[in-house]
Design a protein around this ligand. Structure first.
Ligand SMILES: Cc1cc2nc3c(=O)[nH]c(=O)nc-3n(C[C@H](O)[C@H](O)[C@H](O)COP(=O)(O)OP(=O)(O)OC[C@H]3O[C@@H](n4cnc5c(N)ncnc54)[C@H](O)[C@@H]3O)c2cc1C
Length: 56
């Protein structure tokens, strides 16, 4: 049996996460590497900090 291909995604931002989601049904092993163990969308931080977001 052929060995499964390994895909290494560098960066867990939108591009990296999007690539991982697109490949979720592909017959490959996926490794996502990021320098942090959390995801930050910086543009939202100031909106949270200044309470500009509306919550239901
Ligand atoms: C102020 C501001 C406002 C924005 N507003 C909007 C908006 O309203 N709507 C919108 O659609 N877009 C907006 N954007 C753009 C959006 O944030 C980017 O287009 C998007 O985040 C790019 O995604 P990316 O995955 O390419 O990069 P990033 O989201 O930057 O992800 C890169 C990832 O790589 C990791 N990384 C970096 N270097 C290394 C390393 N050496 N080793 C391991 N990991 C590493 C980082 O930790 C990060 O998780 C805004 C951007 C800014 C700066």
């Amino acid at each position: 049996m052929a060995e499964q291909a390994q895909v290494v995604i560098l960066g867990g931002g939108f591009a990296g996460m999007g690539a991982a989601v697109k490949l979720k049904h592909a017959p490959v092993k996926i490794t996502l590497i990021d320098q942090n163990d959390y995801h930050t969308f910086q543009p939202l931080l100031y909106q949270l900090a200044t309470a500009e977001m509306e919550f239901d």
